[in-house]
Design a protein around this ligand. Structure first.
Ligand code: IPD
Ligand code: CA
Ligand code: CA
Length: 265
């Protein structure tokens, strides 16, 4: 295992302990609203601080891009961190949230993890070395079409500009698959594609820290990821389509008629 991944796991476990410590006293957690429907709690902040502390102790020259503290430092290596993916779930006691950490070098993802402390599930990937769940190799599913497929998604609940095309996409997929799920933590949604629990996923308006680790998990598990038009701009546009190779292609084809010039790739 890459030493960087090893340290990232330590950092994620430290954050996970903080998430679990406060999970039973959510009514007492101070919460602020960053923008419409976007909340940050004391727990997000503490978990992020713990991750950054661990990473910076070992890699003081690496840059950081973290959801709550933003970008720090410059350098060819950059850690992309979501200390608590699924904050709304967490603050409601809805048991679906995770820590997401990825390392990028000059734009190329090197390693990443998604850690679900409630279920003790640690998803890890290193470029060229495959993806694992609790140290066991994982692969995307083998389903060949949308028929019978289970698809994950997230609603555009903050920015309603794209709600109409999104709802059209959802309508088509509800009609052509076995089911669509909206669990509420994008990093885990992507990890679930990587281990075959779902066959595909799409969402509009995500941030790089929601996706970076999950993207590498899917690629290393044999799946495919792109923006809405099949390109590689997803970490910038926030719009992502992913799946096993067949379901990914079918998703792209299904979403295409609902794209318009106003919708970034
Ligand atoms: C959110 C979750 C959610 C997705 C949102 C994200 P946060 O992350 O991943 O599933 O639909 O777009 O912002 O804010 O809980 O870290
Ligand atoms: Ca997130
Ligand atoms: Ca978050």
């Amino acid at each position: 295992m890459q030493p960087t991944l090893h340290i990232a796991i330590r950092a994620a476990r430290a954050a996970g302990r903080i998430l679990l410590r406060y999970a039973h006293q959510i009514d007492r957690i101070p919460v602020q609203t960053k923008r419409y429907n976007d909340f940050v709690s004391e727990v997000d902040r503490q978990a992020e601080a713990a991750i950054i502390r661990e990473l910076q102790a070992k890699f003081p020259h690496h840059a950081i891009l973290a959801e709550e503290t933003g970008a720090q430092g410059k350098g060819e290596f950059e850690w992309i961190i979501d200390p608590l993916d699924g904050t709304t779930n967490y603050l409601h006691g809805f048991p679906q949230f995770a820590v997401s950490i990825a390392l990028r070098r000059r734009g190329r993802l090197l390693c990443g993890l998604v850690y679900d402390p409630l279920r003790e599930e640690l998803f890890t990937a290193a470029r060229g070395e495959g993806a694992q769940l609790n140290n066991r190799r994982i692969r995307v599913s083998e389903r060949r079409s949308l028929e019978g497929a289970l698809i994950g998604t997230g609603f555009p609940f903050r920015d309603h500009r794209y709600l109409d095309p999104y709802l059209e996409m959802l309508k088509t997929l509800v009609q052509t698959t076995a089911g669509v799920r909206r669990p509420g933590a994008a990093a885990l949604d992507l990890a679930y594609v990587a281990c075959g629990r779902t066959d595909g996923f799409w969402e509009l308006g995500l941030a790089a820290w929601d996706m970076a680790a999950g993207v590498l998990l899917i690629q290393e598990a044999g799946g495919q990821v792109s923006d809405l038009r099949g390109g590689d701009r997803y970490l910038t546009t926030g719009n992502i389509v992913a799946g096993n190779p067949w379901v990914y292609q079918a998703l792209l084809k299904t979403l295409r008629p609902h794209l318009n010039e106003d919708l970034p790739a």
